[in-house]
Design a protein around this ligand. Structure first.
Ligand SMILES: [Zn+2]
Length: 133
């Protein structure tokens, strides 16, 4: 026995029904034996699968985090692997103050923290702009 998510094509209601096989379902549906339990319509189709995937944005914590990070980096300049040198130059006053983000090795990040350069890891990996298609 297999269970199908079915959808009434008249009222749009979704419901589950058990069949011996897919062929059994098609046979019963074609004979008008599969009926909507809500309105008795026999116009029944399989409901689109994957109804339990979270919608974009909405209540998805990862999407919320990504949106927050994008907002945070809106005015920030991507400096790639020059991040450590750039952050150090800004901190020492050699470069004009601005918000930058880029990539750094763990050693570089530790060294920056040791030198008192204010850096923070980003919650999510950033795709370098030159890799965005
Ligand atoms: Zn119905």
């Amino acid at each position: 026995m297999i269970v199908f998510d079915l959808q009434c094509r008249d009222g749009g209601e979704t419901f589950e029904a058990w069949f011996r096989s897919n062929a059994d379902f098609e046979e019963q549906r074609d004979a008008g034996l599969v009926q909507c339990p809500f309105c008795q319509s026999a116009k029944i189709a399989k409901a689109p699968m994957a109804p339990r995937v979270p919608r974009k944005g909405g209540d998805n914590p990862l999407a919320r985090m990504a949106a927050a990070q994008a907002e945070m980096l809106k005015d920030s300049r991507w400096v790639g692997d020059q991040f450590a040198d750039t952050a150090r130059a800004i901190h020492s006053g050699e470069a004009a103050p601005e918000q930058v983000h880029g990539s750094a090795t763990l050693e570089q990040a530790k060294a920056l923290v040791d030198e008192g350069v204010p850096v923070a890891p980003l919650p999510l990996p950033v795709r370098p702009p030159n890799q965005v298609n």
